[in-house]
Design a protein around this ligand. Structure first.
Ligand code: ADP
Ligand code: MG
Length: 498
């Protein structure tokens, strides 16, 4: 980030920012949308192709049933209307990585209409939920890839058609976001929902979840939309945020100078931190959309929808409500735990292993704080980490029952995340048992009372807060191994009766 182009963390003060997002996400299917060629990643160029992907003369598209099921899944998960009748259309344009000369998409009659996502924006006590609406979701095929890399292609451009025909959902939002941070929060929520229901791995680094950001500004209080520009093909949250902030600045400067914003398609250059005009906005007319005569309309019955609904896993929202109701968690904690299905499943397995709902709150705290931190530090996700739910449960139960202390347990969590193991064995072998017997603990307590006569007097005079200070002293003396509950009781008792 260069100093010449500061990135404001707050919306421009003079204008209201309006953002709408178009997301392309790869569907998790074995084969392509209209051909039996496998969806394979990392294959040598032009290996997973069929005559349909190559657009050889005489081939006909055959719709992938699984892709339709996944589209319905996505529609149900975002509360959209699954339309009983939708139509595939040809979007015509010329590009070397598009052998047919058109992309099969949906236009006037998409498979899903409407829908919404509840998105948590802000953090901690400032967190709130905003309902962001969807316009539509439609199915389409991806194009191939043009390879301009000189190391591979020299002066030429090569074409790899492995990606041609891979099924995509395009998910179009209403212009409901009001800041770059809200746009990112929406994208995170959407990605988590798609992963949750196994519709897409939504891997941004591999380009399986790409985003076009539409941005306009308007005076505060205005209800009309300003002229928008669209930044194409952003594939990381950081680039969405940086590109959006840069474009807001560019538009604000134009408006400040009394210049109009011209509708255009923009590209973001992460090196300069600036957006630039790629081309003036094409109209839908330029694509000469028309219904694909090779494909019959897609008809989805109520029974089809119910069959997909019956196979849906419990969705994050339902799970989140259940955690608040059955486990007494805060909404914030419940959301944190249900953001990924794997994390939620790990959490529930740990609660069960620890003996049930009574342990749900302490386990939530350990997962959200220590386990998450250890995962983040190592850039791991719970499903790829060796820690087991049983091991965490054993550790938390040991802390809760006073068998060891939080101070001793904390580094063990990081170790579990890194290499797995049995924390109860570690506690025994390394002497991490909490001191709660009268012997060693009693000596430490007596010593602290003897050395801090003034503070002891203040506790006797009713200053309960000072008791915490004395507790800290005992903890220090015992190298963090004292059981806090036992220390508090013993201190209170000995000060009271001294
Ligand atoms: P297209 O398909 O040509 O890009 P759409 O009308 O389908 O155009 O809109 C695409 C996206 O742009 C949607 O997410 C929509 O919410 C958003 N959008 C439309 N108008 C504006 C605007 N004035 N400011 C910000 N976003 C907008
Ligand atoms: Mg668009």
């Amino acid at each position: 980030m260069s100093a010449a182009h500061p990135h404001p963390t707050h919306p421009h003060p003079d204008y209201e920012v309006v953002i709408g997002l178009e997301v392309h996400t790869h569907l998790r299917t074995a084969s392509k949308l209209f051909s039996p060629a496998p969806v394979a990643y990392g294959e040598p160029p032009n290996h997973s192709v069929s005559p349909v992907c190559l657009a050889l003369p005489g081939v006909l598209p055959v719709l992938n049933r699984r892709a339709v099921e996944l589209a319905i899944r996505a529609g149900l998960a975002v509360h959209g209307e699954i339309r009983h009748h939708s139509v595939f259309a040809r979007k015509n344009y010329f590009y070397p990585d598009l052998p047919k000369g058109y992309q099969i998409s949906q236009y006037e009659e998409p498979v899903i209409a409407g829908g919404w996502l509840d998105v948590v924006v802000g953090e901690g006590k400032q967190a709130g939920t905003i309902r962001m609406h969807l316009t539509r979701i439609h199915m389409e095929e991806d194009a191939g890839k043009s390879i301009h890399d000189a190391a591979i292609a020299g002066d030429a451009t090569h074409v790899d058609l492995n990606r041609a025909g891979v099924p995509l959902l395009e998910i179009v939002s209403e212009p409901d976001m009001r800041s770059p941070a809200q746009a990112v929060a929406y994208l995170r929520t959407l990605r988590s929902v798609l992963r949750y229901i196994d519709v897409s791995d939504a891997d941004m680094e591999r380009g399986h979840f790409r985003c076009d950001v539409n941005i306009s500004l308007r005076p505060h209080g205005s209800s009309e939309l300003g002229t928008r520009t669209e930044i194409k093909n952003l594939n990381s949250f950081r680039s969405v945020e940086a590109a959006t902030e840069a474009e807001i600045l560019r538009q604000a400067e134009l408006l400040d100078d009394g210049e109009p914003v011209v509708q255009a398609t923009m590209a973001f250059d992460p090196d300069t931190g600036r957006t630039r005009v790629l081309r003036l906005k094409e109209n839908a007319d330029d694509y000469r959309y028309f219904p694909d005569p090779d494909l019959v309309p897609l008809v989805i019955s109520e029974d089809d929808i119910e069959a997909v609904r019956a196979a849906l896993p419990e969705l994050a929202e339902a799970r989140c409500e259940r955690y608040q109701r059955d486990f007494g968690l805060s909404e914030y904690d419940a959301r944190g735990l249900t953001g990924s299905r794997e994390l939620a499943e790990f959490y529930e397995a740990a609660v069960a292993a620890a003996g049930g709902a009574d342990r749900a709150k302490p386990i939530a705290n350990w997962v959200l704080r220590d386990v998450q931190r250890a995962l983040n530090d190592r850039e791991l996700e719970i499903q790829n980490a060796p820690i087991t739910a049983k091991a965490l449960a054993d550790l938390v139960v040991a802390v809760e029952a006073g068998g060891t202390t939080p101070q001793s347990a904390r580094p063990l969590v990081a170790e579990l995340v890194e290499k797995g193991g049995d924390p109860l064995v570690w506690i025994r072998e390394r002497g991490l048992e909490a001191l709660s017997d009268d012997g060693a603990l009693g000596e430490a307590v007596d010593a602290v009372i003897a050395e801090n006569a003034d503070d002891v007097a203040r506790v006797r005079a009713g200053e309960q807060k000072v008791l915490n200070f004395l507790m800290g002293q005992v903890m220090k003396r015992t190298g963090g191994k004292a059981n806090p509950k036992a220390v508090r009781e013993m201190l209170a008792e000995r000060i009271g009766s001294a």
